[in-house]
Write a protein that binds this ligand. Sequence first.
Ligand code: SF4
Ligand code: SF4
Length: 435
Amino acid sequence: MVKQIIFTLTLLISFGLLTFSFYRVFALLRLTKPFPIKNIGARIWLVLKVAFGQTKIFRRPIIGFFHALVFWGFCVILFGSLEMMIDGVSGLEKSLSFLGVIYKFVIACGDVFALLVLVSIIIFLFRRIFIHVKRFSGIEMRHNSHTDANIALTLILLLMVSLLGMNASYCALNPSDNSTLYPIGKLLSGYISSFPDTHLVFYYNLCWWSHIILIFLFMNILPYSKHFHVFMSIPNVLLSRLEPLGKLPNMDNVTKEVKIMMDPNLAYSAPASADAPPERFGVKDPEDVTWKNYLDSLSCTECGRCTSVCPANITGKQLSPRKVMMNLRARMKEKGHHLIKDKSYNDGKSLIRDYILPEEIWACTTCNACAQECPVNINHPEMIVSLRRYLVMEEAAAPSGLNVMFTNIENNGAPWQFSPEDRLLWANDIVINKN
Ligand code: SF4
Ligand code: SF4
């Protein structure tokens, strides 16, 4: 009974803290602009393919395979974790065993996956600590980013060790019982089966409590680390854009103005409120992005796949699509909580220039290689184009070459420096030669 009370209190505190963390994220999402979501059927298919099928991860087959093992392992092991929580609150043991064969299959898979995840995490840690992987470096990758990743990987490692320890001591305590439940636990139990029962019970309880406390700790660290993608990547894939990557969305406020120009009656049928502040064109700061852009930044795993294929970055330009996402997240963290208290809060800084330089965003070729490569379907070019739109439409701060083109479009209806009347002059020669 004491165990149940202590466990229930720990569970309530952990989920209370997690709810608070999500409430803070939700409050930040509410500061952003709307983004319509349609076509749920196609989205579910996308989740099955990209998130559960891990199709994009397999573009780099070897390391992708280990990453996929960790993801699939998490999904299966989650079932056992849920059972542990039910057991902890109710005082039962193996409370979901009434599911029969399905239960035995899932628990056995969880045991095997625990070992596979453990091996994968050791490989990841070794790679991060001893091998210089180019895509893990860059100006945006500070010391904190690496520490953050290593802490999360170490926690997962300890989670798997405690899970295997728990399964092994359970098998050692019950040599004839449920032996097929834990194939790996059964193998490992051979090393401890000669221990006295009191020791085995102690090991079992130690591993049980360590595992559950590590789960609570891990889930509460995630919202404050780059591993927030553990929670965010599936929703982000579900909500990712379905249109072809190269398609640029129109700006609603510009479309509205154009429609009013073409049909002035529209202005009378839906007059703008005189008190409403003018809408900003493009993105200057985090409150100008859509909630989907912000969700993108929260889902970023900092894996660097986007930057490693970016032609601008490869050819030595300042642009790194990963940095754009990390900067949006950092700027929202800096400004967002002040904005929640005071909508007019202004610290004199902005996402563009203080975090992302114009040189970076003008280096983008909008080739969409970054979005194509991103394993969690983040759309960087959409964000980059919105930052450009702000510079052009609010500050008239386009590079000089573009300004010439804009003037030509305005005056000549085409990007060239010729009057529309002269556009077919080149054909005169052809006609003359024919005659
Ligand atoms: S769209 Fe821009 S940021 Fe993305 S890969 Fe191409 S050049 Fe780089
Ligand atoms: S944006 Fe996507 S590809 Fe780039 S670092 Fe983040 S998760 Fe990786």
